[in-house]
Ligand binder design. Structure first.
Ligand code: NDP
Length: 248
C-alpha cells in the first residue's frame, strides 16, 4: 500500500479574515498550505498559528494584481513541492462607489484583483493538477454577484464573472478529475465589513434570516468540504453561505 501524499494547497488573501481561516481549516485537514498575500508580517503570524496547531504552512508574499508575480508564485509552488492539488482564490477588494461616479481606476483595480488574478492563477495551477490527475479549485465570490448591490457594480461584476469562469472551467476539467466550485459568502465579520456604516450593517442583519453576520470560519468550513477528497462528485456549483439572505 502506498501512503496518501500530503496535498499542497494555495490560499490567496491568507493574511487575515476569511483567507486566514481557510488556510487554518485546510492545515487541519493535513494539507501543506501555501499562504499568499502582500502583508508579510500578517502572513508570518498566520503561519505561526498553523505551526502551533501542528500544521504545515509556507509563506509566499504576492500581490495578485501583479499578474506575472501571481503566475510566478504558482509556478514556484510546483517547483518547490512537485505538486499543487488545491487552489483557493480568496484575495478580494472593494472600491465602492455609485456607478455614475465610479472612476475607471476603481473599476479596473477591482477587476484586476478579483477576476483577472483568478484567471491567471487557475491557468498556472491547471498543469500541475493535470500532472497529478487530481485537483480542487475553489473561488470565493459573493452574494453581491447573485443579487447586485448599490455602489458595487465593479465588485458584483467581478464576482459574477468569477462564477462564469468557474463553471466553464468545471466543464473543461471534468474529465481530468479536477473540480471547480464557488463559495459565495453573505455578510461576514472581517476587516472588509467592519468599515461599513452602522446603518448598512443593521440593514444587512435585517435582510439575513439568521439575524447575524457570519464568521470567517463558517466560510472556511464550506471551502474545506469542497477541497476534501470526498467532494469529488461536486463541480461547477455555487455554495452560498449567507445566513439565508438570498434563499429563493
Ligand atoms: P479582508 O479585507 O478581511 O481580507 C482581504 C484579503 O485579501 C487579505 O488577506 C488581503 O491581504 C488580500 N488581498 C487584497 N488585495 C490583495 C492583492 N492585491 N494581492 C494579494 N492579496 C490581496 O476580506 P475578507 O476576508 O472579508 O474577504 C475575503 C474574500 O471573501 C474576498 O474575495 C471577498 O470579496 C469575499 N467576500 C467577503 C465578504 C464579507 O462579508 N467579508 C462577503 C462576500 C465575499 P493583504 O492586504 O495582506 O494583501
Amino acid at each position: 500500500m502506498t501512503d496518501t501524499p500530503i496535498r499542497v494547497a494555495v490560499v490567496t488573501g491568507a493574511s487575515r479574515g476569511i483567507g486566514a481561516e481557510i488556510a487554518k481549516a485546510l492545515a487541519e485537514q493535513g494539507r501543506h498550505v501555501v499562504l499568499m498575500a502582500r502583508n508579510v508580517e500578517a502572513l508570518d503570524a498566520v503561519q505561526g498559528q498553523i505551526h502551533a496547531s501542528g500544521g504545515v504552512a509556507t509563506v509566499i508574499p504576492c500581490d495578485v494584481s501583479d499578474h506575472q508575480a501571481m503566475a510566478d508564485a504558482i509556478e514556484s509552488v510546483y517547483a518547490d513541492h512537485k505538486r499543487l492539488d488545491i487552489l483557493v482564490n480568496n484575495a478580494g477588494i472593494t472600491r465602492d462607489n455609485l456607478l455614475v461616479r465610479m472612476s475607471d481606476d476603481e473599476f479596473d483595480e477591482v477587476i484586476a484583483v478579483n477576476l483577472r488574478s483568478v484567471f491567471i492563477s487557475c491557468r498556472a495551477a491547471l498543469k500541475p493538477m493535470m500532472r497529478g490527475k487530481w485537483g480542487r479549485i475553489i473561488n470565493i465570490s459573493s452574494v453581491s454577484a447573485v443579487v447586485g448591490n448599490p455602489g458595487q457594480a465593479n465588485y458584483a461584476a467581478s464576482k459574477a464573472a468569477v462564477t462564469g469562469l468557474t463553471k466553464s472551467l468545471a466543464k473543461e476539467m471534468a474529465g481530468k478529475n479536477i473540480t471547480a466550485n464557488v463559495v459565495a459568502p453573505g455578510f461576514i465579520e472581517t476587516d472588509m465589513t467592519t468599515a461599513l456604516p452602522q446603518r448598512v450593517k443593521d440593514a444587512a442583519i435585517q435582510a439575513t434570516p439568521l439575524r447575524r453576520f457570519g464568521q470567517a470560519m463558517e466560510i472556511a468550513a464550506a471551502v474545506a468540504y469542497l477541497a476534501s477528497d470526498t467532494a469529488g462528485f461536486t463541480t461547477g456549483q455555487v455554495l452560498v453561505v449567507d445566513g439565508g439572505m438570498t434563499m429563493a
